[in-house]
Design a binder for this molecule. Sequence first.
Ligand code: AHR
Length: 676
Amino acid sequence: LKISTKSGTRNKTAPLLHGLFFEDINNSGDGGLYGELIRNRAFQGSDPSDGTPQGAVPWGPTLKAWKSIGSAVLSLDILNPLSDSLRTVLKVDIPANATGEVGFLNEGFWGMDVKPQAYGASFYVKPNGALYKRNVTGVNLSIRSALTDDIWATTRVDISHNISVTKYTKLEAVLTPEAAAPNSNNTFAITFDAAEAQGQTFYFDLISLFPPTFKGRKNGLRKDLAEHLMDIRPKFLRFPGGNNLEGISIDTRWQWKKNIGPLTDRPGRPGNWGYFNSDGLGYLEFLEWCEDMEMEPLLTVYAGYSIDLSGNQPAHTVPDDELQFYIDEAIEQLEYAMGGPDTKWGSLRAQHGHPEPFSIKFVEIGNEDWFSDSYYWRYPRFLAALKAAYPNITYIASQATESSPANRNVTIPPGGMWDLHHYQTPQFFKDNFNLFDNWQEVAGYPDVQIFVGEYSVLGRDRVGGIDWANGEGRFKYPTTIAAIGEAIFALAMERNPRVVTLSSYAPLLQNFNRAQWTPNFIAFTADPSQTVLSTSYYMQKMFSHHKGTETLPVSNTHGGLNPVWWHASIDTGSATRIGDADVDSTRFVQGNIYVKLVNAAKQPAPITLNFDTAVTKGNGTILHHEDEFGFNYRNNATAITTKMFDIEQSAIGNRGATVKYEIPGLSVVVLELKQR
Ligand code: AHR
């Protein structure tokens, strides 16, 4: 390969190319990245089986994850709502003959991690009005084992004076275990001493327990998972969906006005992926997540189309004469994020604790509207109105070419973007390595750019491609060959920075206990030590860390591509990117050359790199495994990870102008060389 470093031949790389796409799927939000440890904390919506297939939930309040302690009788109550949004509460009846400890516990999202750290507990409680005997002095809170009698932390909250008998009182406490529990099979309990509470009734709601969160945010993100995401150095976050934006009906769409402000005002919603969403991770929390990871927010706005993936009901399209309501909703949504304190929605954001306006540079109109037959009239109306209100935003179309005879082409205006989704086989990504070369000219969109908003290798190569109907060959977890296929496609993007400016793997997170979609980037349980970073994760991290600021042209002296694929770039900027502090300071210096190589074959491939400049010894990062279907799993979580190696001086010849390297079979490699 001949690599030119001449300045006239370079192009700027896309500064935001590698980002994240998040939606609540596979309990990635509730029971995942959202730090809340209490499952079904407000008895909002049913979750009847842990193996819920997508879309198959009969929604309704539930006692899921709650159990009684002692002789306490638990039931759901709708006569004593906590708020207009949280209408069902827990009724706890303590029998007159109760003895010992009585109360209830929550099992968490398949357990709770217990460490010697401060857990913030809060809940709302109300006694039974005039019937209350005012003789209960306190409630006991504890974090305890589900398997043994061990109690990891306990505290008592005084209710002798500070509790109203007719209204809900919010009580808060901190529990600090002295040591880590041996496993995550733990619960959170609220109990009374029966001697005090015999014959009494109490109502409870919004029972919450948070460990320390990422960057210490109140109502924030689970720290360890957020840190794994941050390690990639993502440049943007697309949220809140995906299908989970759209709702299974228009009324159950993701509604930003219902997921901001106090948690008591968030009714939650039936998510698109078969379980109820608490919406605790709401609009402002998403924006703060972007702020905390220094990512550009990429907001998908509801565009008048809802879809039930289970096919239980037909898709819903907002009628033409009602569309303006949803357009206005989107404009107000932008004002909530970007408006000053003098604006209606901006001042509400300030009231919610974030006076500084956010900046949103990217907005996607809808999601995967090729499923609909109406985008061709909805998109132009949204676009015109949003542009008039916020002309500096780049608007992304979720469909452009005709998707059905009824859903015609839409015209993306110059300066716009198009979101493409590719869940594919490795072969597809190889075959489409040239997809973006001259794409703008071929597609007739000279000034439109591509956002590859969702991509991953979904399954192995097979005749006919992905088997969506039966799932034959579909991967449960990202494999070696998946990372290789994705790396080839990422190279296709990196070498076309004029065309592809944003990209994100999907889906991002999966709780091991429940998946509506596989494979996923990171799989986890309640126990952080069980988290599995996938082959795809390591591949994305490698690419994001070694993007370079300018592309270097590579000409091919080795014959065609396949099985070896490549791209080269150079870093002309200084090390100002977030997270750089934790990296060896000799890396990311001005003039570093990155040569990315993918060998999709099982055999090693010797290669010579010819430079028009003298390079000196450097190092490399490799992701390799001999089994193309190998994957990381719980008891083998680091089977396939990146390893660093030195490029020895002996590999460098011709006074620094050539580097010889043998690319191991089935591997993704970044060689990092310095100019002399
Ligand atoms: O990532 C899972 C789903 O795939 C997304 O919700 C949707 O946009 C796509 O079909």
